[in-house]
Write a protein of this length. Structure first.
Length: 644
């Protein structure tokens, strides 16, 4: 007998299989523990206890256990087919549907730990082995056999059972040993009961530990299995489609949460529909197989149990990794088609409910309710539909209020257009109707401008709050020409004159400036605004110009622009705005500054610092908002929405 033949235990596997089905099979601890729990279920265990620490993970069950010969044949022989070789489809003691099929789930332990011990007990015999993953890899690479080390086994305290101890946990999976382990295990099975208990660090795992049923706003159930878990959902939002599921023999539920953000838990994304078979997750997510870009899909979560996908008497359609199904198998296609139909049903029912609920929710604001009551016919129906859509797409309260306000403004504008048609039928003496129409238009326009002003003021406030002085100047330099309202609220929109602007800019670029003038200028542009010809020059932050040098330079600009305007038969005065970093030279002296400002005003030159620009714009818009705060029927309604 050779030295190798004297060993009692031998692991039979090749390196390729170990790499694909062991070392790289799983990337997290919950998935591995799920495989071990499934083995305990198949071993007719009543209880599984899992304890974790930084040093080790220990899994103990009181199942049937193994004697030495069985440890070799069942555990150490990869590909041992449980259902064929031992008792078929049901376990001997409790007649449970067997979860294991291809005998590869046990390899999952190699993907998370380097040091593995197995202790097992049956018929009064206790046996134990120890395996070193690094040693296993080396032996197989050297084309040598691997013999696990025998160890004394005293770990199994029950009459029968198995203890698996995992040490030297691999770094890439250590982060998945956390306080959420119980929740993650709960989400992988629907077999927990008094007859099969799983404890993690002394706490029993229950279906409620999945911790997502409370997030559901809307659900469709198939069968009564989850009836109690879904009982807190409003009956109008809970649909029973069990009759539709009977033909395909599935059970479970598909739900929608109120907020899509509720489905993101750190690295875990719950926006999926899991497929379970024989009480265990067989496919993590079937939802990503559908090309449905509908917004409602972002709120979906569900669990469908389809045992017919894993019938022992039929061909196995699970992939070799046991984490997916062969996509073109007719059984899987049938399930996919069923779920697709149900998703369309759920989408339709959710949209219908959200539209009805949206109008009700909006009318919780008394002023909106009164506004609805003043609408008539098709306009009222369209408004209710719009507010229903807002309810469907928005879950953030502030976002919803913003959309409510824009909805009101949109409908007031539409209603005004309808009223304009009345002018075609007016008699000459019906001037009071025309006056009323113009008054309504003023109210609408003022409300729109109020919203624009609020937005601008918010932008200004954020610029001050979040952007430092130096960066603020850079931001203004980059965007001032597109946002001239920062310079003057009256300058909403400049007249677009591309050819004229280019012509004048070319002329300004050709001016005979001194080296100092060239160095001091960051950028310059010509705009025509409200009939005025405006030259805006941005000075570099580091430059503090002297008033004499500035006025001389501005005069060159003004002369060049006037000459070019006349060449194009354009006329008008030219105003110059200079944006500077910290004012002109000597402006720390108040009297000097006041004298300089008088000179600049006479010459139609305005000098503004970047900081003062922001402050003046803020004060201008605040003053406007204060004046308009309580004026206008529509604005009062918008204010009420904001305050609700």
């Amino acid at each position: 007998m050779s030295e190798e033949d004297k060993h009692k235990y031998e692991l039979t596997i090749d390196l390729n299989a170990l790499n694909h089905l062991g070392l790289n099979l799983y990337s997290n601890i919950p998935s591995v523990l799920a495989e071990i729990i499934a083995n305990a279920w198949d071993a007719d265990a009543d209880k599984v206890e899992i304890t974790t620490s930084n040093e080790e993970i220990r899994i103990t069950d009181d199942g049937c256990g193994m004697i030495a010969n069985e440890l070799n044949k069942k555990f150490l022989t990869v590909g041992h087919q449980r259902r064929k070789n031992i008792g078929g489809d049901l376990t001997p003691k409790y007649k449970r549907q067997v979860m294991g099929r291809k005998g590869i789930g046990k390899l999952s332990i190699f993907s998370i730990a380097n040091d593995i011990e197995i202790h097992t007990k049956k018929d009064g015999e206790s046996v134990g082995i120890k395996m070193d993953v690094k040693n296993i890899i080396q032996k197989i690479e050297d084309k040598k056999r691997y013999f696990p080390e025998e160890v004394d086994s005293t770990s199994v305290q029950s009459e029968t059972g198995t203890v698996i101890i995992l040490r030297d946990i691999k770094k890439r999976v250590q982060s998945s040993i956390d306080n959420n382990l119980k929740k993650r295990i709960a989400r992988r099975f629907d077999i927990f009961s008094d007859k099969f208990k799983v404890e993690i660090n002394g706490k029993t795992v229950k279906i409620q530990d999945r911790d997502y049923f409370h997030k559901l706003e809307f659900a469709t159930r198939y069968g009564d299995e989850y009836k109690d878990n879904l009982k807190n959902i409003d009956e109008q939002k809970l649909h029973n489609r069990t009759d539709k599921a009977q033909s395909i023999k599935i059970s479970g539920w598909i739900g929608l949460v109120k907020e899509s953000g509720a489905l993101q838990e750190g690295e875990d994304n719950l926006n999926k529909i899991s497929i379970l078979s024989r009480g265990k997750v067989a496919l993590e997510d079937v939802l990503d197989l559908y090309r449905d870009g509908g917004l409602y899909t972002k709120y979906l979560i569900g669990e469908i149990r389809a045992d017919f996908l894993d019938e022992t008497s039929k061909e196995d359609i699970a992939t070799s990794s046991r984490q997916n199904f062969i996509q073109d198998d007719k059984r899987f296609i049938e399930l996919k088609n069923f779920i697709e139909v149900e998703l369309k049903y759920i989408q339709k029912e959710r949209a219908k409910y959200k539209e009805e609920d949206g109008a009700k929710k909006a009318q919780e604001i008394p002023e909106i309710k009164e506004w609805f009551n003043n609408l008539q016919g098709d306009t009222e129906n369209a408004a209710k539909k719009l507010f229903g859509k807002i309810n469907s797409i928005s879950t953030d309260e502030n976002h919803r209020k913003t959309l409510y306000k824009h909805g009101v403004l949109a409908f007031e504008s539409l209603r005004h257009r309808e009223r304009l048609r009345e002018l075609d039928e007016l008699e000459v003496e019906s001037l009071e109707v025309a006056v009323r129409l113009f008054s309504e238009l003023d109210d609408i326009e003022a409300s729109w401008y109020y919203q624009i002003t609020e937005g601008r003021l918010e932008t200004i406030s954020k610029l001050e709050k979040y952007i430092g002085k130096d960066d603020l100047e850079k931001v203004i330099q980059q965007h001032i020409y597109e946002h001239l309202w920062l310079l003057d609220p009256a300058w909403d929109r400049a007249t677009e004159m591309p050819s004229m602007e280019k012509s004048i800019k070319d002329k300004l670029g050709e001016l005979n400036l001194t080296e100092e003038e060239k160095r001091s200028r960051f950028d310059i542009k010509y705009k025509k605004i409200s009939g005025k010809n405006i030259i805006i020059e941005l000075k570099r932050n580091s430059i503090t110009p002297k008033i004499g040098a500035l006025t001389d330079q501005v005069e060159k600009y003004r002369s060049a622009v006037i000459k070019e305007l006349r060449a194009h038969n354009e006329d008008g005065s030219v105003e110059v705005v200079c944006l500077v970093g910290s004012g002109l030279s000597g402006w720390n002296n108040l009297e000097k500054r006041q004298r300089d400002e008088q000179v600049l005003e006479i010459q139609n030159i305005k000098v503004v610092t970047y900081q003062q620009l922001i402050k003046d714009a803020e004060n201008s818009y605040k003053a406007y908002l204060d004046r308009r705060q309580d004026k206008g029927r529509i604005q009062k309604l918008l204010n009420a929405i904001e305050k609700f």
